[in-house]
Design a protein around this ligand. Structure first.
Ligand code: FAD
Ligand code: UDP
Length: 744
């Protein structure tokens, strides 16, 4: 076992406090041969809760003083102890959540509240399994599942152990065993029935009986309770078993368990017969040596199969051993240790001041120095600047009217040091390997798969609509794709031809789902009814019949590891590139007689709105920071109802992966006036754009690129692809240094 965070003292808190003594004192037991001590506070049982808390707090202070503990790490296995430890100046607080304790029999009444307080203070949270992780994941920004590890070499000895302990050896016949706490988590009815159905088999139970009266345990000639045994004795007992058992009841107390005994039994070379506990099915269900059954008859049959497998040889152990090789305590320790170390570093290092966007621009540029003037430092402008400078060897001046680079993808640390997207959530996704590889020259990535929930009168349901959405909305129990497809087919209202955004949705899912998820959202977002918008708008959001709840299915889904702005800084960091932010094109166009202009702003603006204005939809953002680690279960929650003024709320830390005690969100309100964000896909707008496009063709000194320059509802990757293609075309045409203007 290693040490945590440069030998800081770690205080682990587990179990509840026994209130069975007349004095308050600490009972200290050193563990032989280790620096670990077990400490048990003893307090009188007649004290009030307040008196207990005060006394326990004092005892803890004494303990810390006794150990010269300066800013120790506090590591909680139970929230119960947090209430009297919260005053301690810790260098990190770890909540190692092993179970949903609130679901247990006789759980303390305020457990949920105390757990919420502990989670709010914890720097890092571990869960003892994946199911537990799934129910807790939305509560913390630094939470990690650690399913059971196993001391393989300890349990492996059971494979060749021949000295079976005498109390077990005396038991006749084939033996199936269980060890662990015997409490309400075991299915005693199942156990009694299986024992009755198989009188020739012996069922052995090792472990303390807790919270249930011994007389309530099933009794039969072939059921044997051997009591609690020491960890060191377990392999010897296991060596005498022909199969191992996990007859857990499937109830609230077992919903989130991830039994450590599963890998231990397997390491001992015993086939396992278990009920369908979620995490057992998930992690071990595919192994030949694991048999799953919930009913007495099938469980008994599973026992027979397990015994037959054991008899048949050891071939089934090869995949078992492969799996176990990845689950050692050493591996768990190293992974946890890194996270704890990071937590200590974060807590002890002073809060970083917000990273300011590097100022760009000065009056010192020489107007005759540039081959190209690029208007706009967003994706379109920056990619072209980079290509022209580094590949083409051209001198490039980039101007942007905004005080920063990166266009709409701009991200910045706010006053609390949280990285936010100033212009709403930008999630990078693409199927183009070329685009991904190109951008990878300027950034490392953080894998991120975007998930969105729609808030329908308080119900949070996945968008795009999938089988979970249907089950949640209509209280259904559709199990598979075929059932979901049949359900949707029964509601779909076919229409031909499909022209508008309303047609797309109604023809797939029918009017009710259309109204619930699309009508209001689209009206708010676009200021138009879906029947007035091109089909391409809502077609961006597919309908699924499976349970995949990812917003995008692209091959590459990731966020720039240090943010978009940093990636743009790297892209534009070239001797041949000068960037002038806070600079209007109109203010400098006459000063710079460059050979060619690349315009990534609105094309109608460039031509002084000669044919009239192209309509764009704008947005207003309300950014807020809250003093909590997590507000939303996923990165974005949509509000499709017209009675809610905003369209969606984004919590940025989901996207960026940042760990911070606070969290920042933004509300999006769509509006007609303001910065142009969205071209509005409608036939009449397209016709107007075509006029501008034709005009652009007559101007050989300018090229239009990007979402505004080519009036296309493009994602970032599409703009990058478009800019790269534009560059390729320019270099071809550039053979004699003549560039042909061409709108896309
Ligand atoms: P822009 O980023 O708009 O850059 C154009 C720049 O030109 C601007 O900075 C502007 O200030 C400047 N400019 C314009 N006119 C002038 C002028 N006359 N003088 C000087 N400067 C000028 N895409 C995705 O792939 N995934 C997403 O999750 C995603 N989410 C989005 C969310 C929102 C709220 C919005 C609005 C867009 C989103 N997008 C997303 C789309 C993405 O923002 C665009 O595809 C991309 O930013 C377009 O890049 P661009 O260079 O064409 O335009
Ligand atoms: N849309 C909707 N309800 C939703 C999500 C999307 O009606 O819950 C419609 C809406 O018209 C939206 C369009 O689908 O503008 C495209 O959604 P997307 O998430 O692609 O929009 P963007 O990220 O570009 O704002």
């Amino acid at each position: 076992m290693g040490r945590f965070a440069q030998d800081r003292q770690v205080f682990f808190f587990e179990e509840q406090i026994p209130t069975d003594h007349h004095l308050a004192y600490l009972e200290i037991h050193p563990f032989e041969g280790t620096t670990v001590k077990s400490v048990r506070p003893r307090i009188p049982h007649w004290w009030s809760e307040a008196e207990r808390e005060t006394a326990l707090g004092k005892l803890l202070d004494e303990l810390l003083a006794l150990n010269d503990a300066i800013r120790p790490i506090l590591w909680f296995y139970t929230p119960v102890m947090y209430s009297f430890a919260r005053h301690v100046d810790a260098s990190a607080i770890v909540y190692d959540c092993m179970d949903e304790l609130a679901n247990f029999k006789f759980a303390p009444p305020r457990l949920k509240e105390t757990e919420a307080a502990l989670i709010a203070r914890a720097d890092v949270v571990f869960t003892g399994g994946h199911s537990l992780y799934e129910v807790k994941a939305h509560l913390h920004d630094n939470i990690h599942p650690f399913p059971s590890s196993v001391d393989v070499s300890h349990f492996r000895t059971a494979r060749d152990e021949s000295v079976e302990p005498s109390d077990q050896k005396a038991i006749p016949g084939l033996k199936l065993g269980y060890y662990g706490v015997i409490d309400e988590r075991l299915d005693l009815v199942l156990l009694a029935a299986v024992a009755k159905a198989r009188p020739n088999l012996s069922f052995i139970f090792i472990g303390p009986v807790v919270k249930i009266a011994p007389e309530d345990l099933p009794k039969a000639a072939n059921i044997h309770y051997l009591g609690q045994k020491h960890y060191s004795e377990l392999p010897a007992y296991l060596s005498g078993w022909d199969a191992a058992l996990m007859p857990f009841a499937l109830n609230e107390a077992t919903k989130f368990i991830s039994p450590t005994k599963t890998p231990e039994y397997l390491a001992a070379g015993r086939p396992v017969v278990s009920t369908r506990v979620t995490d057992v099915v998930r992690h071990y269900g595919d192994l030949e040596g694991v048999f799953l059954a919930d009913e007495p008859e099938s469980f008994a049959a599973a026992c027979d199969e397990a015994l037959a497998l054991k008899k048949a040889g050891d071939a089934w152990l090869t995949p078992v051993d492969e799996m176990l090789s990845g689950s050692s305590w050493d591996q768990t320790f190293s992974a946890m240790s890194v996270l704890v170390e990071e937590a200590v570093t974060r807590r002890l290092s002073p809060v970083k001041s917000p990273r300011k966007s590097r100022p760009h621009g000065s009056g010192k540029t020489n107007p005759s120095n540039y081959d190209y003037l690029i208007v706009g430092a967003g994706f379109a402008g920056s990619v072209l600047a980079e290509r022209l400078a580094s590949d083409g060897g051209k001198r490039v001046l980039v101007c942007d009217r905004r005080p920063h680079i990166a266009g709409n993808a701009y991200d910045v640390q706010n006053e609390d040091g949280i990285l936010i997207h100033q212009y709403g959530p930008h999630i990078f996704h693409t199927n183009s390997e070329d685009v991904f590889n190109y951008l990878s020259r300027f950034t490392a990535w953080r894998p991120y798969e975007h998930r969105v929930l729609a808030d329908v009168d308080g119900l949070r349901l996945p968008v795009p609509i999938n089988v979970t959405t249907l089950n949640g909305l209509y209280g259904l129990d559709l199990h598979n794709e075929a059932e979901a497809a049949r359900f949707l087919a029964g509601r779909a209202e076919p229409c031909d031809p499909i022209v508008t955004s309303k047609d797309v949705v109604v023809s797939q899912v029918g009017s009710d789902l259309y109204r619930t998820f699309f009508e209001g959202y689209t009206r708010k977002q676009w200021g138009l009814d879906p029947s007035q918008l091109d089909k391409s708008v809502t077609a961006r959001v597919p309908t699924r019949t499976n349970a995949d709840d990812r917003y995008f299915l692209d091959n590459f889904q990731a966020m720039p590891l240090h943010g978009y702005t940093k990636m743009f800084e790297n892209m534009l960091d070239h001797d041949n590139i000068t960037v002038m932010t806070s600079t209007e094109y109109a203010d400098i166009r006459r000063d710079y007689q460059v050979g060619h202009t690349i315009f990534t702003g609105p094309i109608d603006e460039y031509f002084d709105y000669r044919f009239g204005r192209l309509p764009y939809r704008s947005l207003k953002f309300q950014h807020e920071t809250h003093d909590t680690r997590r507000l939303l279960p996923v990165g974005v929650v949509n509000y499709p109802s017209e009675s809610v003024p905003y369209t969606r709320i984004t919590e940025y830390k989901h996207l960026t992966g940042q760990i911070h005690p606070k969290t920042s969100i933004s509300y999006e309100f769509a509006c007609a006036d303001g910065d142009p964000y969205y071209p509005i896909p409608r036939p009449e707008n397209q016709a107007l754009y075509k006029q501008y496009e034709a005009l652009a063709r007559e101007h050989s000194d300018v090229t239009f690129v990007g979402r505004l320059g080519t009036y296309k509802y493009y994602n970032m990757d599409q703009v990058v692809g478009q800019a790269l293609a534009t560059y390729r075309r320019m270099t071809k045409a550039d053979a004699g240094d003549v560039v042909t203007a061409r709108a896309q």
